[in-house]
Design a protein around this ligand. Structure first.
Ligand code: HXC
Ligand code: NAP
Length: 279
């Protein structure tokens, strides 16, 4: 559910939120939740049609919107995107670094360029965005949000590139919290679990109903997350409710990455059920 029902609808009125990779999926969900609370929104990505379709959704929620085609690997393109947003909407109060790429590839088969592509988009792209937005964030005493992933702390088969990139993102998030706190800039990260209907789950998730049911039953909260679950967490971290929170990683995964969840827990549950205990 979009946050409008839980927060004052003008919480971000007069504020500018910029989301890299904001044209689709989780990042668009984050942008929509800010728009629903009065924010104006800037987004960038590599595909103009995707940005234009996102623009319509965000405008329907009442936001003024700035879109710029920009690859986060291209620092100058980000500078242009943030200049455009500033001119149209005012200086950036919240920067969400969400652009990312991923695919399944065993390390021994992955090309050096494949590894580099993901690190360049996720990690260098996040630094580029934070660095290029710094002057605007300093002016607004704004905040940074980085979209991480469970792969940063829990190794996954065929995810060496993503794990390395997102671990770097988490570390960057903490370094910027340390360095930019003196400018009043907060820096935090969100770790989404498996999120329903996203490109990430299309590429990485279980691909048949039986595997999906097994996977879901191993999640303590027994469901996939929604893009609004992540949007709500983002709104909280950017809001005055989190005014003293910086350098934090907020895990929003229904318990997916808790040690002890997964196949072992599933087996224990079956044993408990067989013994007549609670499932
Ligand atoms: C092996 C692959 C590959 C694949 C690309 N490469 N796809 N290797 N398996 N499936 C290799 C290529 O062969 C090439 O290496 C190198 O990666 C760069 O490929 P390009 O196509 O030139 O890269 P680029 O156009 O920059 O595209 C980046 C991309 C692409 C990451 C490869 O998939 C992309 O744009 N993705 C964006 C959308 C996305 O991934 N969304 C999901 C995010 S989910 P060589 O050696 O041949 O030159 C996420 C975490 C999810 O981030 C967690 C879920 C649980
Ligand atoms: P998605 O829809 O593919 O989102 C990625 C976005 O980034 C796209 O809009 C894409 O648009 C943009 N992008 C990719 N490469 C870019 C580049 N070089 N420059 C600028 N923009 C770029 O996938 P998603 O699954 O929603 O993932 C969104 C975020 O959540 C990512 O940070 C991902 O790591 C994280 N995450 C997802 C899940 C999940 O369950 N899906 C779980 C954990 C973490 P273009 O291709 O048009 O550029």
């Amino acid at each position: 559910m979009i946050v409008r029902e839980h927060f004052p609808s003008d919480l971000f009125s007069g504020k500018t939120v910029f989301v890299t990779g904001g044209g689709s999926g989780i990042n668009l969900g984050v942008a929509r939740n800010f728009a629903a609370l009065g924010a104006d929104v800037g987004i960038c990505g590599r595909t103009e049609s995707r940005l234009e379709s996102a623009r319509s959704e965000l405008e329907e929620l009442g936001a003024s919107v700035s879109t710029t085609v920009a690859d986060v690997r291209d620092y100058d393109a980000l500078v242009d995107a943030f200049d455009n947003a500033r001119e149209a909407l005012g200086p950036i109060d919240v920067l969400v670094c969400g652009a990312a790429g991923n695919f399944l590839a065993p390390a021994e088969e992955m090309s050096a360029n494949g590894f580099k592509a993901v690190v360049d988009i996720d990690l260098l792209g996040s630094f580029n965005a934070a660095r290029a937005a710094f002057e605007q964030l300093r002016e607004t005493r704004g905040c940074l949000l980085f979209i991480s992933a469970g792969q940063a702390s829990v190794p996954h088969i065929a995810q060496a590139h993503c794990g390395a990139a997102k671990a770097g993102v988490d570390n960057l998030m903490r370094n910027l919290a340390l360095e930019w706190g003196r400018y009043g800039i907060r820096s935090n990260g969100i770790v989404p679990g498996p999120i329903e209907g996203t490109e990430g789950m299309k590429r990485l998730g279980p691909d048949d109903p039986e595997a999906r049911a097994r996977f879901t039953s191993a999640i303590p909260l027994a469901r996939y997350g929604t893009v609004d679950d992540i949007g709500q967490a983002a709104v909280f971290l950017a809001s005055p409710l989190a005014a003293y929170v910086t350098g934090a990683l907020l895990v929003v995964d229904g318990g997916t990455y808790l040690p002890g969840s997964g196949l072992l827990a599933h087996r224990v549950q079956r044993a408990m059920a067989a013994a007549g205990g609670d499932e």
